[in-house]
Design a protein around this ligand. Structure first.
Ligand code: GLU
Length: 372
């Protein structure tokens, strides 16, 4: 793929590249990446950088005993992220002779459509002013429920918000292999992927790097999010300078995931790939959803039960009693009220609800799930 003037790319760089020895940040592997970013910008390609490294950079500021005893403790990790984020930014800034801007995001920001659009506007404005946005998860304020959790998926969410043409995910191996290359020397690099299916996920296994939170699996998830938005996605070896030379020459140094020919509409894509269902509405196995009909999509009578705690306006999964996922939808009522509606003793109330202006789910917010 040739990166051309007017195009926009997102490049994701993980902790293993920024803090390879887990002793703070180092520019050792970043020079070729910084040069790639500078070259892209010089040829008129807009770049957004998604960079990890705050936890890895912050770790050395904490007493060794605390780090060793609490290596998976979220409270300590949040503090490390807060302590290391400025070093991560400073490391990049030293390599650039142009301005950069810091964006710290959580999943709670991305799954809220108003905040999502606000993030989109900020990225757009920064790029219009030739400022490089550097994005990371705002680990210091997240909880399990609020975080994306890995910067591979975050980079795909950023790429879709930025309406990017390409997403480049830097890895510590050359790309996706048909088997684990660390265990099997005959493993073959898969250069081109036209469809991300279970076979591709099976190749990804569960490998993780020592300092980051992602592995090949999260990279494939990210690729799936991006290609379904029409974004060419590459997994390349970020440790090798030639990866970036090849990319600049329009070649493929690793694995190229090709975009869907008919990408999802932006709003549907956001529902499907950025939001996370906060609960479930269970309907009968006979229920059929027909988004093109004028009548309400879900009547009180259709609802068998409700799972989880959610508020009105949250995204929830509409699921059949047999487990089949029907669609991600936006609920206009809380779980508390819908539990009451699902209870057949409250028939009168349910009939009243169906007569109100506000349907249970909105037609504008529906992402159908494919049935397997
Ligand atoms: N946000 C984390 C950090 O800055 C990294 C997450 C990841 O490695 O994917 O350290």
């Amino acid at each position: 793929m040739n990166f051309e003037k007017g195009q926009r790319i997102v490049i994701k760089v993980g902790s293993a590249l920024i803090a390879p020895s887990k002793a703070g940040c180092s520019s050792q592997y970043l020079l070729s990446i910084a040069n790639f970013i500078a070259q892209c910008r010089l040829s008129g390609v807009q770049v957004v950088l998604v960079s990890s490294g705050s936890i890895a950079a912050g770790a050395r500021l904490f007493n060794d005993d605390i780090v060793n005893k609490n290596v998976n403790n979220i409270v300590i990790k949040k503090a490390m992220a807060a302590a290391g984020q400025s070093e991560m930014m400073a490391t990049w800034d030293e390599l650039f002779d142009f301005s950069s801007a810091q964006l710290l995001l959580t999943h709670a920001d991305l799954r809220n459509r108003v905040r999502y659009e606000s993030i989109r506007d900020t990225i757009e404005t920064l790029l219009d002013n030739d400022i490089l946005p550097i994005v990371n998860e705002n680990d210091a304020v997240t909880t399990d429920k609020l975080k994306v959790g890995d910067n591979d998926n975050l980079s795909a969410m950023v790429a879709t918000a930025a309406n990017a043409d390409a997403l480049i995910i830097c890895s510590d191996i050359d790309g996706l292999f048909d088997e684990n290359p660390n265990l099997n020397k005959d493993a073959k690099l898969i250069a081109d992927v036209y469809k991300i299916d279970d076979d591709i996920y099976a190749m990804a296994g569960g490998a993780t790097s020592a300092v980051g939170t992602g592995g090949m699996k999260t990279k494939i998830q990210a690729a799936e999010k991006a290609v379904s938005h029409g974004i060419d996605t590459f997994i390349v070896n970020g440790f090798k300078e030639e990866s970036f030379q090849t990319l600049l020459m329009g070649g493929n140094p690793g694995t190229h995931f090709y975009p869907y020919k008919a990408p999802m509409l932006d709003g549907v894509h956001w529902m499907r790939h950025t939001t996370r269902a906060q609960g479930e509405l269970i309907v009968s196995d006979q229920y059929e959803i027909s988004p093109n009909e004028t009548s309400d999509l879900l009547l009180a009578d259709d609802l068998i039960s409700v799972n989880g705690d959610f508020s009105s306006g949250d995204i929830v999964m509409l699921r059949k009693d047999n487990g089949d996922k029907v669609a991600k939808v936006k609920t206009n009522y809380s779980s508390c009220l819908l539990n009451f509606v699902a209870d057949s003793d409250n028939q009168d109330f349910s009939e009243q609800l169906d007569k109100t202006q506000e349907p249970i789910i909105s037609k504008q917010y529906i992402a159908l799930m494919e049935t397997k």
